[in-house]
Design a protein around this ligand. Structure first.
Ligand SMILES: Cc1cc2nc3c(=O)[nH]c(=O)nc-3n(C[C@H](O)[C@H](O)[C@H](O)COP(=O)(O)O)c2cc1C
Length: 161
């Protein structure tokens, strides 16, 4: 697949096959993801693999679509609000790299905002000041949803004088 195909065919996967995903494979995708742009090389991302007990406590209504692996991505606090924003932006770039690396290898990912609530932050053991970018399921898709078409990009573009 070309990079454009990889980007355009990734989907937020709702249902996974139970087939396991190799931890080394996951680490290779995270390692590639870490080449994301990040200002002053803060590398602000942290990953928490969510074990079975923690996963049950999170109580997702679909259990992450049966994904064999669930992980959370945290973004480190900054010394200032500006640095914190930059960290969140860099960590989102890291996440997108991971999603694309997984997809290019035939796996699928599901992004949830589940880590945002105080209760779930506590369950995930998120330190004060850290942002939870998301809690993700990853595995091999049982079903790939249809594309959700996007607004023509020309409508998002303005030329400044
Ligand atoms: C910050 C963020 C939070 C998201 N949270 C959720 C979520 O809680 N539940 C969900 O089903 N999808 C969530 N998504 C995934 C989007 O719903 C999904 O990307 C969107 O519907 C477009 O579908 P696609 O990714 O398959 O193109 C989230 C995406 C982002 C970027």
């Amino acid at each position: 697949m070309t990079i454009l195909n990889v980007i355009k065919t990734r989907r937020n996967i709702k249902d996974f096959k139970p087939d396991p995903i190799d931890r080394q494979q996951l680490m290779a995708w995270f390692e590639a993801a870490s080449y994301a742009p990040n200002h002053r090389l803060t590398e602000p991302w942290e990953i928490r693999f969510v074990g079975a007990d923690t996963r049950a406590k999170l109580n997702h209504k679909t259990d992450f679509g049966g994904a064999p692996v669930v992980f959370a991505v945290l973004s480190k606090p900054g010394a200032t609000p500006f640095e914190r924003d930059e960290n969140v932006i860099a960590t989102a770039c890291f996440v997108q790299n991971f999603l694309l690396a997984a997809h290019a290898a035939g796996a699928g990912t599901r992004w949830t905002s589940l880590g945002a609530t105080p209760r779930n932050r506590e369950i995930l053991g998120v330190p004060d000041g850290y942002d939870v970018i998301g809690v993700f399921g990853v595995g091999y898709p049982a079903d790939v949803p249809a594309v959700k078409e996007r607004t023509p990009i020309a409508e998002k573009v303005r030329d400044l004088p």
